[in-house]
Design a protein around this ligand. Structure first.
Ligand SMILES: NC(=O)c1ccc[n+]([C@@H]2O[C@H](COP(=O)([O-])OP(=O)(O)OC[C@H]3O[C@@H](n4cnc5c(N)ncnc54)[C@H](OP(=O)(O)O)[C@@H]3O)[C@@H](O)[C@H]2O)c1
Length: 339
């Protein structure tokens, strides 16, 4: 039997845990504090939304620090936010059985950072196309019929992706790719443009793209990040759209084909309230350092211009601190960034 620990029982972790338990997969759960573990033990988990309603009781749940190095797990699915993932990862490495796998599923650069820190023989790359929200601790809503995509951080295929897929079979859909770095970048390209711009503007993508300023900032942000991805040697995978927009290499004025490409992205993301905007509203730390901040950091290392991503990262930090507020004037400021 594969012993599985899910760490971070928030929107994604709670949804995955409920589906896994309902499929008869034995999972252990780890929360940040003993109080939240106790609350989940008492109330159980309940899930509604796409995929149908489900509940799970009699949970094997404890705070992460209550797990001991003797509680070995074959698979640890790390479903906290990015900052917490980096903090807790060294402890998780101690909880892994020999040949065990740590599977982080955060947006942005977390899987690569953890792979570099702990070793790629321990860390398997993952990302979530599953969308979920937490109504309150223990109560979740699944927002789409998405899946978790896994693959080796160095690319290629391996036996352990099959083992992980088998271990979670029946719970949530797991898909495997031989080009996980390309998939991580495809998602990053959309996160650092669609999501971050919407967050600083306080608008949805459909709203901010009605202005020429919004269109300019979007194109610049995306193109910079794409240049970094390509300079790093990654070939971004198709996700919703081809990652390289029409006319990109020629740097021509956006035409009909480019606009159709943007419309395709809008079809999926146009009306979604950016998750980073929700972080601002709740006074929570964002994952900007792992999204536009990562693009900037890598771009500098590779000698690729990243002025727009860097200015946006700084702007988001100022919004987090309460020095600025989200609004369309933020886009006016970004449009003035010399690129
Ligand atoms: N939700 C989605 O639809 C979605 C989709 C794609 C990707 N993602 C990515 O998936 C990650 C998780 O997102 P989410 O929406 O599930 O976040 P979330 O709802 O905030 O859940 C994170 C959970 O981790 C817990 N946590 C924090 N520190 C911990 C620690 N040291 N040990 C154990 N648990 C800890 C938090 O508990 P406290 O609340 O007590 O701090 C919270 O329950 C993010 O990187 C996000 O970008 C999410």
């Amino acid at each position: 039997m594969t012993r599985i620990l899910i760490v971070g029982i928030g929107a994604l972790g709670g949804t995955i845990a409920t589906r896994a338990i309902n499929a008869g997969i034995p999972v252990w759960l780890a929360t940040r504090s003993t109080e939240s573990a106790e609350a989940l033990r008492t109330a159980g988990l309940s899930l509604t939304g796409i995929g149908g309603s489900a509940t799970a009781n009699s949970l094997q749940v404890a705070a992460i620090e209550e797990y001991r190095a003797t509680d070995k797990f074959d698979l640890i699915l790390l479903a906290t936010k990015a900052h917490a993932a980096l903090e807790v990862a060294p402890l998780l490495a101690e909880l892994l059985a020999s040949n065990g796998t740590l599977l982080p599923i955060q947006n942005g650069s977390v899987p690569q950072i953890l792979g570099d820190q702990l070793g790629r023989s321990i860390v398997l790359g993952g990302l979530s196309n599953l969308g979920a929200t937490m109504v309150e601790p223990g109560v979740y809503e699944q927002r789409n019929a998405g899946h978790i995509l896994i693959g080796e951080l160095a690319g290629g295929v391996s036996d352990r992706v099959t083992r992980v897929t088998e271990a979670l079979r029946g719970g949530i859909e797991i898909r495997v790719t031989p080009n996980l770095p390309g998939s991580i970048w495809a998602k990053l390209l959309l996160n650092c443009s669609v999501t971050t711009i919407g967050a600083v503007a306080g608008q949805t993508m459909r709203q901010y793209l009605t202005s020429s300023v919004g269109q300019t900032v979007f194109r610049q942000m995306y193109d910079e990040a794409l240049s970094v991805a390509l300079a790093s040697g990654t070939q971004p995978q198709r996700m919703i759209v081809e990652p390289i927009p029409p006319g990109w290499q020629d740097k021509i004025v956006p035409g009909q084909e480019y606009n159709a490409w943007v419309d395709q992205i809008m079809g999926t993301y146009g009306d979604i309230k950016p998750s980073m905007l929700q972080d601002f509203e709740r006074g929570r730390l964002t994952e900007i350092d792992f999204i536009n901040g990562y693009v900037s950091q890598l771009g500098k290392k590779l000698g690729v211009p990243i002025a727009m991503n860097e200015a946006t990262t700084q702007m988001v930090h100022r919004i987090e601190k309460g020095e600025l507020r989200p609004g369309t004037e933020r886009l006016d400021e970004l449009a003035l960034v010399p690129t």
